[in-house]
Design a protein around this ligand. Structure first.
Ligand SMILES: Cc1cc2nc3c(=O)[nH]c(=O)nc-3n(C[C@H](O)[C@H](O)[C@H](O)COP(=O)(O)O)c2cc1C
Length: 221
């Protein structure tokens, strides 16, 4: 698969088949992604691959926390504290696109909550990935991490797999670290759902728009 084809094909996938993912495939993906660049070759990534009973338990714990009103908190500021302007609009459009595809109405709080809660089960994907980083590393390493995570998503496609990067899986770091035996000092960055796409699921049927190149680029001669 051409890199450009993978870039076009990749999408946030939010429904998966129950089919397990072969361990060799996961290893091949990580073996390719570890070639991602990082400043001074820091390689800030530390990955937890969670499947089977552990995945179910972790998903249950996070979903229960969410449903019982624990708002959780990520360990770094990912989104703006106050949404404004074009970013506020794009964020709104992103939510609307999903809810209208699923025919979830504005006033149907229950279905909205259920759809959001599915995040904590990684949309029932058979594999949950968690990305950790050491506390001493700074903003630049988060930039490096993004390249690593995108590399995983592109190579996953080549393996016939689908992904959803998930900030939501970073919202209950204490639960995740406790369950997986990671030290408190380690920071949880985000997580990812990985598995075979359920192509019949409506939630996977739409594509998000992008701005045209001339809208975000200026050429200088
Ligand atoms: C770091 C990161 C975190 C994200 N977190 C979530 C999430 O928690 N839940 C979710 O449903 N989608 C999440 N997304 C997916 C975005 O909503 C999605 O990438 C965006 O709407 C563009 O759509 P596309 O990925 O299908 O092209 C995340 C994406 C990134 C890159």
């Amino acid at each position: 698969m051409q890199v450009s084809e993978a870039l076009h094909k990749r999408k946030a996938t939010r429904a998966f088949l129950p089919q397990e993912v072969e361990r060799e495939k996961i290893i091949r993906i990580l073996e390719a992604a570890r070639h991602a660049p990082s400043g001074t070759n820091t390689q800030p990534w530390q990955v937890a691959v969670v499947t089977g009973e552990k995945r179910r338990r972790l998903g249950d714990l996070m979903e229960t926390a969410f449903r019982t009103g624990d708002k959780g908190a990520m360990e770094f500021q990912y989104y703006p504290v106050t949404w404004e302007g074009i970013y506020k609009e794009r964020r709104r459009a992103c939510g609307l696109q999903m809810y209208s595809t699923l025919d979830i109405k504005r006033e149907d709080r229950q279905r909205q909550q259920d759809q959001w809660a599915a995040n904590y089960r990684a949309f029932d994907a058979p594999v949950m990935l968690f990305f950790f980083i050491d506390q001493i590393l700074e903003t630049g390493s988060y930039l490096d991490y993004g390249m690593f995570i995108q590399s995983i998503m592109l190579v996953a496609l080549e393996e016939g797999l689908a992904t959803c990067p998930q900030a939501a899986l970073g919202e209950y770091p204490e639960i995740v670290k406790q369950e997986l035996g990671y030290p408190k000092e380690k920071r949880l960055v985000v997580g990812m759902a990985l598995g075979y796409e359920d192509e019949s699921a409506p939630v996977n049927s739409y594509r998000t728009p992008r701005e045209e190149v001339e809208q975000f680029t200026r050429f200088f001669d």
